[in-house]
Design a protein around this ligand. Structure first.
Ligand SMILES: C[S@@+](CC[C@H](N)C(=O)[O-])C[C@H]1O[C@@H](n2cnc3c(N)ncnc32)[C@H](O)[C@@H]1O
Length: 284
């Protein structure tokens, strides 16, 4: 069998189970097995495959047909133009989370660049948010936490791979035990899905760690705690940035009414859905 034939066979199998972009996924899986670039792939379509390569491709397609997400098969995911290692112990970073980085960069552009920007990330997973901030905000010094030791291992590898390991300290710590420091920026994409909705999620999403998704009965367990307990850990003019579900906007607006001296702003993601809230402290 040559590459072209394997490609056709693979994308037809993926198409049957309703994969959104079967051609692209088939190409990515074959390139992953052969370790070749996109250009090499398209100029080698007539090249015959070794039987071991053919078997390897078939076994990966089988995993994909069993709803294993593509990034867990290739162990790679791009986030904010960075290449990150992912595996089933971490949530796959989502394109909508890139919004949080845009807001953080914008915030950092409006403060004194000569001072250190002290950042806390709550629930770092693969390290995506902290690493993107470290790469794009030069004066940032980040403390990143997670309850999952396995995800912290992945995050540390990603920080090293992207040469920002000196800017980030990773802690094994629960969000429900705040770090005793002041920060200019506290940022989080916490679990925010209602427990009873978890079983209704797409099969693929159900392959991701439940602990990364489960936001408790009302989906707001983490967000409420962060708003109520981390606002006092902001330095003067500091900011909290949290990813949210679009349906949580009004409740969150009400929650912030209990805070003294703050400005609250909501932001929309690439799909035009409210996806983030920024709570800015307005006095010392
Ligand atoms: C939605 S994921 C976000 C991961 C990553 N920051 C991202 O945006 O791709 C939430 C993360 O919070 C972590 N987490 C869950 N419960 C936690 C807790 N009590 N304390 C700290 N982290 C927690 C999970 O392990 C997971 O990595």
């Amino acid at each position: 069998m040559n590459i072209s034939e394997s490609y056709r066979k693979s994308y037809n199998s993926l198409k049957k189970i309703g994969v959104k972009d079967p051609q692209l996924e088939a190409e990515v899986l074959i390139r992953h097995v052969l370790n070749i670039s996109r250009t090499q792939f398209y100029i080698s379509l007539e090249k015959p495959l070794l039987s071991i390569q053919e078997k390897h491709i078939d076994s990966l397609i089988k995993e994909r047909l069993n709803s294993k997400p593509l990034p867990y098969i290739t162990n790679h995911k791009e986030f904010y133009n960075l290449d990150l290692i992912v595996n089933p112990s971490v949530l796959i970073p989502r394109p909508e989370t890139e919004l949080l980085i845009d807001i953080a960069i914008d915030y950092s552009n409006n403060i004194n660049k000569n001072n250190l920007l002290r950042v806390a990330e709550l629930g770092t997973g693969s390290g995506a948010i902290s690493i993107a901030i470290a790469k794009n905000i030069e004066n940032s010094q980040i403390k990143a936490t997670d309850i999952s030791k396995k995800s912290l291992e992945v995050a540390k590898i990603n920080a090293r791979k992207n040469s920002v390991d000196k800017q980030i300290i990773f802690f094994h710590k629960s969000i429900f035990k705040p770090i005793n420091n002041l920060f200019e920026l506290i940022i989080s994409n916490p679990p925010y899905i209602k427990t009873k909705t978890l079983k209704l999620l797409e099969k693929e999403v159900q392959k991701e760690p439940q602990i990364a998704l489960d936001g408790g009965e009302d989906g707001l367990k983490f967000i409420k705690y962060i708003i109520n307990n981390y606002f006092n850990q902001l330095s003067p003019n500091g900011s909290i940035i949290i990813e949210i579900d679009p349906n949580q906007k009004d409740i969150i607006k009400n929650l912030t009414n209990t805070l003294n001296s703050c400005n609250v702003e909501f932001y929309k993601d690439i799909n035009n859905l409210t996806r983030a809230v920024q709570i800015k402290k307005t006095t010392s």
